[in-house]
Unconditional design. Sequence first.
Length: 145
Amino acid sequence: MSVSEGIMAGLLAGTLMAAVAEIGYRVGLLRSSLLLIDGSFAARRLGREARTWTVYALGLPVHLATSASFGLVYAGLAHWLDFDVTAPGIIALYVAVLWLSMLCVALPVAGQGFLGRRIGHFAWMEQLVLHVVFGAGFWWALDII
C-alpha cells in the first residue's frame, strides 16, 4: 500500500462519513454534525465568528484533512508492521482506536466534553455508528484503489 493509496482511502471514507453524519443530523437521526463540530472548533481557534457558512467552510477541509491523515497513518503502520491492509479485523481495530480517540480526545478538545456529553448521552453511540461507516468506507476504498 502506497502513501497516496492510504490518503485516498482516508479521503473517500471521510467523505462518506461526513455525508452520513450531515444527512443524519439534518433529518434528526443524529444530534450532531461532524462538519459543525470541526468547523466550530476551527472558527474558535482562528477567532472567527461562528456563522453557519464559516463553520461549514472550515469544517469540511478540517474533516477531510483529518480523514486523509488517518489514511496516511494506516499506510505507515501497514508499511512498518507489514500486514494485510484489507483485513477486516485490522481495519476494525484501527477504527476502534480512532473512535476511542474521538470520544476521549477530539470531542473534549472541540468543547463537546468527555465522550461528547454536551452533544447528548448517546453521542458515543452516534460516533460508533459514524466510525463503522468510516471503517466500511475505508475497507471498500482500499479494495478499489
